[in-house]
Design a protein around this ligand. Structure first.
Ligand code: CUA
Length: 175
């Protein structure tokens, strides 16, 4: 059997329904594409872009100093101090496998959170709010936070950082 040439018009012309759906899909793609830069500028979800290079040992020292200078208001179930900052600066150090220290904050007061890790990359996720940041070693990343609701807000690590990643927790109490 020999190969014969296809018919001159071998394809089925695009019908009306298909044209409509392709147009809708294209419009949807364009809308989401332009929403990304638009929301980056207009949305209120962006955190600060303030960060500094820091030696992990130096960050650890500053966190210890912060704990010493803060008011100790209690202890968590696993023996971590709960501290109440005296100023607006708050240090939160991530390490395998916990966030230190536990914090007690005042509702309505604005804090400058210094986030860093002394070992590997971690993720800080405040529950049950959908707030997430990367915690990266050698960077003092500053996030401005004003708690508006009182209660207990556990922190979980949302970046796989080792064997006990799932057990890496912290705590923010707002009063
Ligand atoms: Cu720290 Cu996962």
């Amino acid at each position: 059997m020999s190969i014969s040439a296809p018919e001159r018009v071998w394809w089925t012309p695009v019908d009306k329904d298909e044209k409509i759906w392709v147009t809708i899909a294209l419009i949807f793609c364009l809308v989401t594409f332009f929403m990304m830069p638009f929301y980056h500028v207009v949305g209120k979800q962006n955190t600060s872009s303030e960060s500094y290079r820091i030696d992990p040992a130096e960050f650890e020292k500053r966190t210890e100093l912060f704990i010493q200078q803060s008011e100790k208001v209690g202890e968590t179930a696993n023996g971590l101090p709960i501290v109440k900052p005296r100023g607006e600066d708050v240090y939160l150090l991530a390490r395998q496998f916990q966030f230190e220290p536990a914090l007690q904050l005042e509702k309505g007061k604005t804090y400058r959170f210094h986030l860093s890790s002394v070992d590997v990359q971690h993720g800080m996720s405040i529950l049950p709010l959908n707030m997430n940041w990367m915690v990266i070693p050698e960077y003092d990343y500053i996030v401005t936070i004003t708690p508006t609701t009182s209660g207990e807000f556990p922190i979980v690590c949302n970046e796989f950082c080792g064997a006990a990643h799932h057990a890496m927790l912290g705590m923010i109490i707002v009063k």
